[in-house]
Design a protein around this ligand. Structure first.
Ligand code: THU
Length: 128
């Protein structure tokens, strides 16, 4: 399943729309139900209007009726170890847990596996 997740992230990066940064990113989410949803970064000529690969993958997951992230894979061909940006860490946490594995990849495969809690130890939450 790890290989399948990596391949999905790599394939997503191939169709990224990243003409401005020239930095294609792919992300793949494995859900608790065992399904894989992927996404790429989609940039815009008006820079702040672009969004990240992880955000696209989350959109696919939710639009397919799923809300529970089991594992995440982030891929960037140019990275030595692709990590999710701060905003995407918070977005992933919305659907994952502190111990959800996040696989950080380079062009050849998984370089390191961390958890969402490692990436965002003080995630924003509303405690009533
Ligand atoms: N990017 C992602 O897709 N995911 C991240 O977590 C980090 C950054 C994208 C945004 C932008 O299109 C490009 O990488 C360069 O910053």
């Amino acid at each position: 399943m790890r290989d399948k997740l990596f391949e999905a992230a790599r394939a997503a990066a191939k169709i990224a729309h990243a003409p401005y940064s020239q930095y294609p990113v792919g992300a793949a989410i494995l859900t608790e139900a065992g399904h894989v949803h992927s996404g790429c970064n989609i940039e815009n000529v008006s820079s702040p209007e672009g969004w990240c690969a992880e955000t696209s993958a989350i959109a696919h997951m939710v639009m397919n009726g799923e809300h529970d992230i089991a594992e995440v894979c982030v891929f960037a061909e140019k990275a030595t170890r692709a990590t999710p940006c701060g905003g995407c860490r918070q977005r992933l946490m919305e659907f994952g847990k502190r111990d959800t594995p996040v696989h950080l990849c380079d062009a050849n495969g998984i370089v390191e596996t961390v958890t969402l809690g490692d990436l965002l130890p003080a995630a924003f939450e509303i405690v009533e």
